[in-house]
Design a protein around this ligand. Structure first.
Ligand code: ADP
Length: 301
């Protein structure tokens, strides 16, 4: 097969591994920088051009679209879909997953366990907002944050009020969430491929920190997940419409709660922690699943 990997940087671990795994299996793999693509969207012959060349003949596309290029990146992916190229994850599903509020609403609608969560922009009754989600301690998140930046633990009501006020001053969307104390600074990343958890790892925050992000000094190790955690993770990915996903779960007193569903989960942490060939499994899935024009939405909506 001829496989396009949409990525801004061929040197990134995940990009390199995917290209390598595809070539090992006898496929042609090409890394394409989405921002350099330009497109003709006429209906009879949609096309994508890249460095003066027309891209043709691709059987599958693996989107690895960074959060900062979601808008243009999903447009390029949609164009591939319009050209009947099979996407490992569909543009519509990626757009859904990138919108945290939308994702949590979709998951909650389908009964997935979530931490008690409130959304706000400029509420005029902060006290009531705090009461609504059960009071302090609370986690307050800037919606636009990644890698744990903009995620604050407010241990008291007064601290929660000050942090919310400060964020409101920035005119940002915020998420106010029950603090899952019993998770003890650990979360579980479940890596899903095609309705299966193919690998999972526990990320533990460093001492004195509640955020387990590896970028924040967290460490990763192997973990055996429960059947309930497994089915929660699989369902969450399915609800989002993602074939490949990283589902982040916290172990709460009221069962597994989903924090986030990531549409471009990184491979380095999970392959290192589990010693599994996850990139290879992604390519194997494409081999089985890729049929031209097979998308649920073909770029609609
Ligand atoms: P980001 O998307 O920026 O990584 P997250 O929402 O995943 O932000 O939060 C970063 C980390 O903070 C999580 O990996 C988790 O360890 C911790 N965390 C986030 N929300 C909660 C919560 N409600 N209760 C306990 N810990 C949390």
């Amino acid at each position: 097969m001829k496989i396009a990997i949409l990525s801004r940087n061929p040197k990134l671990y995940s990009t390199r591994r995917l290209a390598e795994a595809a070539r090992e299996r006898g496929h042609e793999a090409r890394v394409i920088d989405v921002l350099r693509c330009y497109m003709n969207i006429t209906s009879h012959a949609p096309s994508i051009h890249y460095r003066g060349e027309t891209l043709t003949g691709f059987d599958a596309v693996i989107p690895r679209i960074g959060a900062s290029v979601t808008f243009y990146g999903t447009a390029v992916l949609r164009q591939f879909e319009m050209m009947n190229v099979y996407p490992l994850n569909e543009s519509v599903a990626i757009s859904r997953a990138r919108d945290k509020l939308r994702s949590l609403q979709l998951l909650s609608r389908r009964g997935i366990g979530l931490p008690i969560t409130g959304f706000a922009h400029t509420p005029d009754d902060i006290e009531d907002l705090i009461k609504m989600v059960g009071g302090a301690p609370l986690v307050i998140k800037l919606l636009e944050g990644t890698q744990g930046i903009g995620v604050v633990l407010a241990e008291t009501r007064q601290a929660a009020e000050s942090v919310i006020e400060a964020f409101l001053g920035l005119k940002a969307n915020i998420l106010v969430q029950e603090y899952i104390h019993e998770a003890k600074g650990a979360d579980i990343r479940c890596f899903i491929i095609g309705e299966k958890v193919v690998a999972s790892m526990r990320r533990q925050a460093k001492p004195g920190e509640f955020r387990s992000n590896l970028h924040r000094g967290g460490s990763a190790d192997l973990i055996r997940i429960t059947p309930e955690e497994r089915s929660t993770a699989v369902r969450a990915a399915k609800i989002m419409g993602l074939n490949v996903a990283g589902v982040d779960i916290l172990r709460s007193n009221h069962g597994p709660v989903v924090m986030e569903v990531n549409s471009s989960p990184g491979l380095e942490g999970i392959e290192t922690a589990t010693n599994k060939d996850i990139a290879g499994q992604m390519i194997d899935f494409i081999e089985k699943d890729a049929v031209a024009g097979k998308t649920r939405t073909r770029g609609k909506g």
